[in-house]
Design a binder for this molecule. Structure first.
Ligand SMILES: *Cc1c(COP(=O)(O)O)cnc(C)c1O
Length: 403
């Protein structure tokens, strides 16, 4: 049984139905393990709120899964991003480098700190930040001054780089980390879509100073809403826990030693998270089978292209997204056949609140990827029959012979 936990607000849809000619949702949670058992235990014991064993257990399980020393739960992925940037030292009037093609939360997290985004265009095949452009920008438009990298135009400091592992793929992280090290800038990973992905054998989220995850309704594992910060550094982890829990000093009284946040994940949701992460290896296997099925059945249709995976990356294949000049037509066609699909995010430079900020690009690739991309059903619990139905409809749309 599939239960829609929330109405998703990123790329996924969380509408699920159980009728026989059901619509096929884009990406919904798959609750097939110990969810009921763990939640029932929370309810039976009364431990539903912000303290309880499941928060610790979920944090430990996630840290172990990705190979991080520490994981700190948060109320959602956006909150995790906000805090991770704060912990990396981003301050008012700083600049943070981020790809132009991302979910709005990445840019919002920068804005919450009164810092300014610098949007970098993406590559036409991997849809990740274009490192060629980034390197040229840092080399030519910025300069080192007293160990700080400064934007020549206005003297603002480049305080962090925030790569976004779009759809579970990563950019060439080795090159990005080298560049960041050369200029002494921390890397915070928006790995919210990349739980289970790897770059040269290391888990997404553990490559930079801090990594972030989301357990929104459409992500590979879900708690309805939730997030996590991961890091190798003890001091950062301690401070992350402190700041997510209103910066309350140890002891019984209400003494808070700085402005903290109420960003805790509650125990009852952590219970769902623990049950979900137990199933993550199975979800990753299912996603790989689905991705291979789609690529086998749909490659070569019209001008259809799949996302190129960066060499050295093992993707979690979170959400299958294809590129075609006929994207708007294709969306209408599939929607009419009860197959949910979605366009990509509107690039950040086109959103009213971000249009005035710097956008480093040559040919606005993000705009073209946005125009041409369609995400197709990719739930971890997608059945074989549903996959066949999706492929049948896409082949029919391109006027190809049906298999
Ligand atoms: C899902 C997502 C987030 C944040 O997620 P929430 O948990 O919904 O706050 C941030 N960035 C990207 C790229 C995402 O896909």
């Amino acid at each position: 049984m599939v239960i829609a936990l929330v109405s998703a607000d990123t790329l996924g849809s969380a509408s699920a139905s159980t009728s026989s000619f059901a619509s096929i949702p884009l990406s919904v949670p798959h609750l097939a393990g110990n969810e009921w058992k763990y939640v029932k235990e929370c309810l039976d014991t009364g431990w539903i709120s912000s303290v309880g064993a499941y928060v610790d257990r979920f944090e430990r399980a996630l840290a172990d899964f990705v190979g991080a020393r520490h994981a700190i739960a948060a109320v959602n992925g956006t909150a995790a991003l906000h805090l991770a940037l704060l912990l990396a030292g981003v301050k008012r009037d700083d600049c943070v480098v981020v790809p132009n093609l991302t979910f709005v939360a990445s840019a919002n997290a920068i804005a919450y700190l009164a810092a300014e985004p610098i949007f970098i265009d993406v590559t036409p095949d991997t849809w990740q930040m274009d490192l060629e452009l980034l390197e040229r920008y840092l080399d030519e438009q910025c300069h080192l001054h007293d160990g700080r990298l400064i934007r020549k135009a206005d003297g603002r400091r480049i305080a962090a780089i925030l790569p976004v592992h779009v759809l579970g793929n990563l950019c060439e992280m080795g090159r990005l980390l080298d560049l960041a090290e050369r200029y002494g800038i921390p890397v915070v990973e928006d790995s919210t879509e990349a739980l289970g992905s790897q770059y040269r054998g290391r888990s997404a989220g553990t490559l930079g100073m801090l990594g972030t995850f989301s357990f929104n309704g459409n992500k590979i594992i879900s708690t309805g809403g939730g997030g996590m910060i991961v890091t190798q550094e003890d001091a950062l982890a301690q401070r992350a826990k402190h700041l997510t829990t209103t910066a309350k000093a140890p002891g019984h009284g209400y003494f808070h030693d700085e402005i903290g946040y109420n960003y805790r994940l509650v125990n009852v949701l952590a219970a769902i998270g623990l049950a979900q992460i137990e199933q993550l290896p199975g979800f990753l296997d299912a996603n790989l089978v689905r991705e291979q099925h789609y690529r086998r059945e749909l490659s070569g249709l019209g001008d259809l292209e799949f996302q190129s995976i960066t060499p050295g990356v093992k993707s979690n294949h979170w959400l299958c997204t294809v590129k075609t000049r006929r994207a708007p037509e294709m969306i209408t066609y599939l929607q009419a056949r009860q197959i949910d699909c979605r366009p990509f995010w509107v690039p950040m430079n086109r959103l009213p609140m971000y249009s005035a900020f710097e956008y480093v690009n040559r040919a606005d690739v993000a705009g073209k990827v946005y125009r041409d991309c369609v995400s197709i059903p990719s739930s971890s619990g997608l059945s074989h029959d549903e996959m066949v139905r999706v492929c049948h409809a896409v082949r029919e749309f391109f006027g190809s012979k049906l298999r």
